[in-house]
Write a protein that binds this ligand. Sequence first.
Ligand code: AGP
Length: 604
Amino acid sequence: MCGIIGFSGSLEAADVLVTGLEQLEYRGYDSAGIAVQSKQGIQSVKAVGNVGALKEKLKEKVFHGSCGIGHTRWATHGGVSEVNAHPHQFGKITLIHNGIIENYKEIWEEYGAGKTLVSQTDTEIAALLFDKLYQGKPEETIKKAVSILEGSYAFCIIFEDIPDIVYCVRKVSPLVAARAKEGSFVASDVTALIAYTQDYFVLPEETILVLKQDTLYLEDLDGNQVEPEMLHVNWDTTAAQKNGYPHYMIKEIHEQAEALRNTILPRIKDNMPNFEAEQIPDSIFKGIDQIKIVACGTAMHAGMVGKVLLEKRVRIPVGVEIASEFRYQNPIINEKTLVIVISQSGETIDTLASLRLAKSKKAITLAIVNVKGSTIARESDYVLYTHAGPEIAVASTKAYTVQIAALVLLTMRMAYVSGMSDIEVIKKDYELLKLAEEAVHISLAKEEEIKELTNILKEKEDLFFIGRGIDYALSCEGSIKLKEISYIHSEAYAAGELKHGTISLITEGVPVIAIATQESVYAKMISNIREVRARGALVILITQEGVEVEPSIYNYHLTIPKLPDEFTPIPTAVLLQLIAYYTSVHRGLNVDQPRNLAKSVTVE
Ligand code: AGP
């Protein structure tokens, strides 16, 4: 999951590339580099670290040229080093790459005789292959190369003897492109293009994109011109900026009420969920006998909430599957299975592979995706887009709550279509969903209190989240949020499971975040909290407001407004996000770009 960008036009390429890489940095920030083509040939600069480190190095060099490529890396093949940073050059080829070349060894054995590599990357071997195949015709070279290359790739390639043109080709890894008055652009995602245009297209797989200063065009591997399918993004540059917030994450936490409104309202007609505009027919919900929700990380945790909602209201078996497991399990699914894939980026490789597997088994596939035109969105039978706007912070927040909202809407529609709920019940559900959305503001109003209480967590090294039912799903989400940005080891546990082992780890001062919003199991939760309290746990308790709680069982008590159990996740999630955020801030960490992580996992 790297960020790549290419440009050919009327501007200084170095400026365009660096600015674009700053927008793409959330995709990977181990190292960065650019290559610019000018009359003096191709000049490259690379630096370990984020784009800021590259900018420092660029101060030492004068770069003039209006064609170039840029890359910000999340290391997959080859460690973090300047020599492994992209762009890579071999012979007449200079290129950047996002993906993994699986047959790099075979390619090296076949074409590497007598050659010397300077890096430990598969990408340099790909550059060697292109150079070996190059006989003066770029398109022919690319066509031959893609017939040899195996794995995932998005390449931007400059040929030394062909000035001011960038050639691109992709398979699995994402690339979008656009034409603006300043020139022709290609990038991993639209956040790098939005400063120039809101109209773009997704580069079809195994199609060659030719980026020239005054035009761009697509051709398939048989040399036929391909018309791009244009898309329009309705947010502007500021949406992908911090706008005065210290971090993208806290900005995106505060954008949730708007993100929820933008996701819910367009799907409501006469106070009922309505998917006509999405062309999702009620027929797909009739006749199914099971649902599989497949995703990774936070998206999978949203799926866990969806399972509770759907099984309660629609009474169909729902399985939540980790995509990286599901894709290798030979799952028992068929044309009577609805497979819901959830992905903010729409590019997560394991979720995409699971989608393709589900389709191969004739299952009905529906995607809940935030990025318009993304691969998962385009390959699913049906798409229910979330409208959270760009989510830049690696830690997913607003995407999670709008995924839950999308699952609530689907649950309401399926309950109505299946006859499990009548129209009045569904209309009341909508009123409750609006209350849950408004409750976000009440949770956000606890920000200062949470900023203060999380001071007790900054020195901790182990922490537990416990909950029952839907609160167990929220515990899983709270745990990943905290882990990934504060580096505190944390575990989520079904509260009733603690006594089967983990409670041995609860000793004096060990923090336990106990989520007890579910009225149906509240008494059981209080018993579990007493058990950890008796062993010295430092308890941060989350309940609905108005419940009786003895002060002796907690150190801190946070509340959400009173709501029916199934509508509590959205305000609860905001509290957990704020806890993770301020714990990371207190520890002085890079909240938006945590170590080892990147925003979209587009490699296995
Ligand atoms: C969540 O905070 C993480 N960034 C990660 O778990 C993420 O949710 C996961 O990689 C799935 O990404 P996707 O939604 O883009 O598919």
